[in-house]
Design a protein around this ligand. Structure first.
Ligand code: NAP
Length: 260
């Protein structure tokens, strides 16, 4: 049985890029997302895998804690193992509102999907990995990997989407918390921080970011692509960095580097 990966939001955008890459890398992949099962996407991934049984789709919301055990159980029942969790699913606020006007309901929705959901999915995943693993692992065993997709917004302020920034800053702390707690369990935890990536999430503000690139604000002056983020996930999921945890990997064309 190949290694088994869970990719939340693996049906579109960055997540689909990650699903494609992981399947190509030889992972079995199970996607969690809220939309109806996308037959065309699943066909493409199953063809890439060369085996229909290696790609699964679970419909549900990461914000709904009851969904977590259903999602994890489904993969364990199908494949009998868990090797990788990619907490990718995320949303921005439906309306970009100034901090002085933003609604608490939107804050709760964004935090529920971007932070509370992945935080507790990580808990469910880790407990299941530990149960599958059995006895405590030898000190140098790498049992599983968790990758959290956060954002440049973890450290960069946008005053018209404060809830999004707070959620991603929270993912940064959650990465460190889980990295420390899960290290003795043989589970490493990383954070991948994309910059500005061309997906449905940024389609509505593409003119703003086109101008931002043209003005020379990003050292690598182009839009990021889902495959760029997937490349980082692929490296971290490969087991090539077993003595690193709690690490942040930027995929932002150098946007995070302070420039004078
Ligand atoms: N695009 C960027 O510039 C950028 C930059 C930095 C970080 N990011 C982060 O990268 C991640 C992916 O973003 P993206 O740009 O690919 O966005 P996207 O194109 O809007 O895709 C969002 C994904 O999340 C899924 N999703 C949304 N709500 C969900 C829920 N409640 N439960 C389960 N799945 C849910 C969506 O599937 P369904 O619609 O089927 O639910 C979809 O697969 C997010 O965490 C985002 O914050 C994006």
């Amino acid at each position: 049985m190949p290694p088994a990966a869970l990719v939340t939001g693996g049906n579109r955008g960055i997540g689909l890029g990650i699903s494609r890459r992981l399947v190509a890398d030889g992972f079995a992949v199970s996607i969690l997302a809220t939309r109806e099962e996308p037959a065309d996407v699943l066909r493409e991934l199953r063809d890439l895998a060369g085996d229909d049984s290696l790609v699964r789709y679970v419909r549900g919301s990461v914000a709904d804690l009851d969904t977590h055990s259903r999602y994890v159980d489904d993969a364990v029942a199908a494949w009998g193992r868990l090797d990788l969790l990619v907490n990718n699913a995320g949303v921005g606020p439906r309306v970009r509102a100034d901090l002085l006007e933003a609604a608490p309901e939107e804050f709760d929705r964004v935090l529920g999907i971007n932070l509370r959901g992945p935080y507790f999915l990580t808990q469910t995943f880790a407990n299941r990995v530990i149960a599958l693993r059995g006895d405590a692992p030898p000190q140098d065993a790498l049992v599983a990997t968790i990758v959290n997709v956060s954002s440049i917004s973890a450290t960069t302020v946008s005053t018209n989407r404060g809830e999004y920034c707070v959620s991603k800053a929270g993912v940064g702390m959650a990465t460190q918390l889980w990295a420390v707690r899960l290290a003795p369990e043989g589970i490493v935890v990383y954070e991948v921080r994309p910059g500005i990536v061309a997906t449905d999430m940024t389609a509505g503000v593409s003119a703003k970011y086109d101008a931002y690139f043209a003005a020379g604000n990003v050292p690598i002056a182009r839009w990021g692509r889902p495959a760029d983020v997937a490349g980082a996930v692929s490296i971290l999921a490969s087991g090539a960095t077993p003595y690193s945890t709690g690490e942040v990997f930027h995929v932002d064309g150098g946007l995070h580097v302070p420039v004078l």
